[in-house]
Write a protein that binds this ligand. Sequence first.
Ligand SMILES: [Zn+2]
Length: 839
Amino acid sequence: MHTNSLVRNSGIGSNLYVIIVFCLIFLSNDVYADEIPIVISNTSQATIQIGANASNQEHFAATEIQTFIQKVTGTHLKILTNQQSTETPTVIVLGTPTTNPTIRSLQSAGDFKISDELDEEGYQLKSIDLGTEVVIVIVSPTSRGVIYGVYGFIEACITALTGLHPVHPDIHVQLDDTLRIPFLDEISNPFYPVRAVLEIDDPNWLARHRVNMSGGEGVWTGTGIEDGFGTAFKYVDTPEFSTLQDEPRDQRLERITSLQNRFKELKSRGIDAYLFMYLTGEPTEALIKTRPDLLGPEVLYGASRNEVSYRPFCWSKPEFHTLARKLTKEILKTYPSLAGFHLRSWGHETRACNCPDCGDRTPQGQAKLWDVYFTIIKAAREERPNFKFYLSGYDSSWLQDPDGRYARQLPKGTIFSQKWGADGEPVVDPNISIPQMNALGEMGHQYIVLSHDVEEVMPFWMIESDLFVQGVRKLANTPEVNGLSGFTIQGATQGLGYLDRLVSAGLNWNIQLDSQQLLENELMARYGNKEAADLILSALRINSWTLSSYFSDYAYSLTIGGSYGSGSAGLATRFWNLIGPKAIENTLLIPELKIAQTAVNRFTSLLAPQLRAANEMLAAKEIASPVDLEALQDLMDAVYLMRIWELLFQSRQKLVEAIALGYEYNTGSAINAKLSSAGEFSKSIQPLIKQIHEFVPLFGYSHQTNEFELVKTLQNEVEWLNSYDYRTLQQHDESFSPEKTEFLIREVHNYPNPLKRETTFTYILSLEADEVEITIYTASGRRIQILNEISAKEGYNEEEWDAQDAEGNPLANGVYFYKIRAMLEDEVVESIHKLAVIR
Ligand SMILES: [Zn+2]
C-alpha cells in the first residue's frame, strides 16, 4: 500500500494539475492542516483496506464504511486488500493484527502500537501521518471488535459533518460533498459482555446497535405449539424424522434455507444467533400419532392445537431422551452458524408431564425437567464444544433451582435473564435479585436484565430512557452487583419509541454515556432545531414519568393486580387492558370512599403534568422542521399520544369522582353528570386513535387490527357507561353516614367559558343551602349583575344565565369575575372565579 501519492499525477491534464495545486494551497490553510480528507467535492480521497484473508466480519465492516460514507457524501469509497496498491491520500486500514498484515508492518515500523488496554471486543482508532499519506487504523483483537471500531469511525465522520456528539450511526445527516475528519486517537471497550436483543430481526439494525446476541431466532409464537422442542423437527431434513413432521417437505426446506442464511448473516455481523425453543411444548401431530411410547398422559391446555388438551413428552422415558439427543445433534449439523439455544420454560406453554414418574410441577418433576435440559446441552456440546445456552424462566415456578445445584452443572457462560420489574413495566427499580445474580456470576455464568418491554404498554409508550438510564446506572454503580452481564433491549424500532433503543444500546456499551445529549442530537437532526428537540424530549420524559407513576398503582382505579393501588405487578400494562367495559366496571367497584378519594387525588396529580406534556409536544410541532415525512408522522403520532393519555386520565378522574360523590351525597344528577363526562372523554379518544399513523405491531397484530380493536373497545366502554345505572353507586355502601357534614361549595364551573350569548353555572353543595347567589363584576371590580334565588339543593346544581347586566344589556367582550356565595343559617361559604365573553 505504500504507493507514492504523486503517482496520481502522472498522465493527467494541466487543468487538473491546476486544481490539484489549488487544493494543495487550500490544504496548507490552517483550517485543514490537522484534518484528514475522506471526500472532497464528490471525489473520493480515501480507500478502505482489508487483509487479503479478511474474515466475513471484516468484509462486512468494510462495506459498512462504504455504505455510510456513500449515504452522507454520495461518494463511493473503494475497498482493496493489502495486496493491492492504493492511490488516495487517505487509507482506512481495518482488521486484527492477524488478519491485516499492514497493521503488523505499521507496528514493526514503529508507526503505531496496539494498546494493551483492549478487551476482546474493544477497538482502537488511530490516525498516522506517514508524510505521503495518512493512515487511519481501525484495529481490535477480534473481527467482531473491528465491526464496533468501524461504527466508532463512522460516528467520528458524522460528528465532523454535523458538529454533534455523541451520535448514533443511523442519525439523519444532510448530504455534503466534502468530508474531512480530525486526527483520531481513541480506545473503547464495551461495558457489558452480553448485549442482547430478543425480537428485532434486522441484522443491520442489530449490528449498528452493537448488539452481540440475537436471542429470539426461529419460530416464536408464545404458545408452545409451533415454538417448542416438540416441533423442532421442522428445523431439520433428516429421513429419520420424516415421519414425525407435520408440514410438507418443500415448506420445511424453505425454512431451513432461510434460517441458514439468516444465521450466517448474523454471524458475519459479529452477532451470536440463539435458536429459541420452549421446553418442551406440544409435540407434532405426527409424533403424537406414531410415537405414543414417548408420551405421557393427556394434559389440559386451552392454547393447544385442539384448544383443549394434548399429550406431552414424558420426561422420564429414556426413549424420549434418545430422540432429544438425536434431534439436537441434527439441528447443530444443519446450522453451522448457529451460536446457541435459547431454551425457555414458561407458563402453560411448557406443560409438564403428569405421569407418576414426572409428577408435573413438583420437585421430582423439576428434576426430570432439568434432565431434559442436560440431555440437550450435552448432545449439543458433543457436536460443538463451544455451543452456548441462554435459559429463560429460570428460578420462577417454571424452572426451579433453589440451591443453585443445577446451575453449577451448566456450561460456564450460560446466560440467565430476569425481566425488568414485575412484568417489564417502566419503573426505575427493576426489583431483581442481586444475591441470585451474584451467585450465578460467581459460577461463571452471565446474568442479563430484560429492559422494560415496549410491547407491554404498546401502542402508547414513547420513551422510557430516563427510567432506564437511572435503573441501569444504579445497578452499574452498586458495588455489590458483580454478576450483571448486560441488558436486553426489546420492542419498537419505529416512531419516537426508537429513541429508547439508542439509549439502551449506548449504555450497554458505555455506561458513562451522556444519553441526554445523544437523544437531543438525534432529535435536533430530525427536527431541525434545538428548541423543538428540547420540547419533544421534555414532553416524552414527562409522559414517561406520568405513566410510570400511573402503572405503579393504577392511580387506585383498577384491581387488575389484585387490589386497588397494587399496580401492574403480575399484569402487563397494555393499553387495551385499561380501557373497555371490564376496566371501567372494575373501577366503579371501588369499595370505599377513602380509596375513591385517593384515586381522585392521584388523577389530579397525573393530569397536570400530562397536560403539560401534551402542550409541549404541540408546541414542538409548531416550530419543528421535520427532515422527512416519517419524522413528521412520528411527531404527529406523539402529539396524539400525549393527548390520548391526557383524555384517558380525564375520563378516569370523572369515574372516580362519581364514586366519591356516591358516598358523599345522595344525589343522582351529579353522579350522572360525572359518568356522562367520563363517557365524553372516552369518546374523544377515538378520533385520535384513528389519527395515529403507525401502531407498534403488538404481538404481530397489524396497525389496522390495533386501530380497530382499540376504537371498538372504547366504543363498548361508552355504550356500557350509557346503560349503567348511576344509582348503583349510591347504593355503594349503605353503612356510610357522615357524622356531621361540613357546609361546602365545590366544583364551581361555567360552560361554555369563554361564552358567546349564555352560560351555565354548575356547583356542588355539601348540604342544602338557605340561599345561593352569584354576583358578576367587571375586571375593574364594578358589580354589574346579581343572580339570586338560584338552585340551592344538596349536591349538584346548575343555573343558566343569559350574560346580560342588570339593565338587560349584553355584556361587552372581555374578562369578568363572579363570586358564588351560599348561606346556611349563620354559615357563609363563597368562592371567586373568572369568565370571559367573546361575541
Ligand atoms: Zn412422565
